[in-house]
Design a protein around this ligand. Structure first.
Ligand code: RIB
Length: 295
């Protein structure tokens, strides 16, 4: 890979509390699971860490609480070599929390309490102008306020920097200014169908073509079937996934995004970036937790 590509990430952070169960409970039911796991999470933070581990030079903007979880997040990012100049601490707001259930097939159900993540303001992005303008790619998800993403993407667009939106957790209607500022959209099948106004089990090829009306490039991740890349005026690329033993799919999409973004920024080679993303996503399924913590 060419010299470390610079990425700027709006890095939502959550304290993940995860329990593996034999099956998901139905309403009103209590189930007994395995030992709980408390680990770092948050889609943006997971993606930033994956990008750094793939060789990118990563700077982030994030909001955490003035609490133990917020201090743990700062220590984690520092240990990963991530530039935290854009991290703000918001007293009176708890650091984000995610409650996660994982079943025996490795599928997950996640509920987040965004807390301090909601306090990342557009004004917090103004001092980051130089970091954004100097990046090859700016990356965001939907766990931080849309107005801040629009502010960051506007700065990126004005400087000719590529923008990538991972539209998760998905919302029915993405604001048009955000769509217009997004160069690459990355979503899973459910998110893609929701954004296209289609049924959840719709054919991803049809959905992807539909989304090209609003986005120049669209990636749809397909879990164990790999990922698809749609680009206006070009043939659709499909990268299959290697067979792995799935333990926990939490964070697999984030691993995909971090690796894909890094290799796209470094090489501009869509096919290679897709393959790197699929490999990273598959590997992430083989261990518990969203971010394997280094020992
Ligand atoms: O994508 C997985 C992540 O979603 C978890 O780490 C959880 O924190 C939620 O943000």
């Amino acid at each position: 890979m060419s010299p470390a590509p610079r990425l700027f990430v709006l890095a939502s952070y959550m304290r993940d509390v995860s329990i593996t169960v034999d099956r998901f409970p139905v309403p009103g039911e209590t189930r007994t699971g395995d030992d709980g796991l408390e680990a770092p999470g948050g889609k943006g933070s997971n993606q930033a860490i994956q990008a750094a581990r793939c060789g990118a030079s990563v700077a982030i903007a994030a909001a955490v609480g003035d609490d133990a979880a917020g201090r743990a997040a700062l220590a984690l990012w520092a240990a990963e070599g991530i530039d935290t100049a854009g991290v703000v601490t918001r007293p009176g707001h708890a650091t984000g929390l995610a409650v996660i259930l994982v079943d025996r097939a490795g599928e997950n159900q996640i509920v987040i309490a965004p807390g301090a993540n909601r306090q990342l303001q557009p004004a917090d992005l103004i001092p980051m102008h130089r970091a954004i303008a100097g990046a090859r790619l700016v990356l965001a998800q939907l766990e931080t306020p849309i107005a801040s993403t629009v502010a960051a993407f506007s700065q990126a667009r004005a400087s000719g920097v590529t923008t990538l939106l991972n539209a998760a957790p998905v919302m029915a209607e993405l604001p048009e200014p955000l769509c217009a500022l997004t160069d690459i959209l990355v979503v899973n099948e459910l998110e893609a169908a929701a954004l296209a106004g289609r049924e959840p089990d719709s054919d991803p090829h049809t959905v992807g073509q539909r989304l090209l009306a609003r986005f120049e490039r669209v990636v749809i991740t397909l879990g164990e079937r790999g990922a698809l890349l749609f680009q206006r005026g070009e043939a659709t690329l499909h990268c299959p996934a290697p067979a792995v033993t799935v333990i926990d799919s939490t964070g697999a999409g984030d691993a995909f995004v971090g690796a894909f973004a890094t290799h796209w920024a470094a090489t501009g080679d869509a096919g290679a970036a897709l393959a790197r993303g699929v490999s990273a996503g598959s590997l992430a399924c083989t261990t518990r937790g969203a971010v394997p913590v280094r020992g």
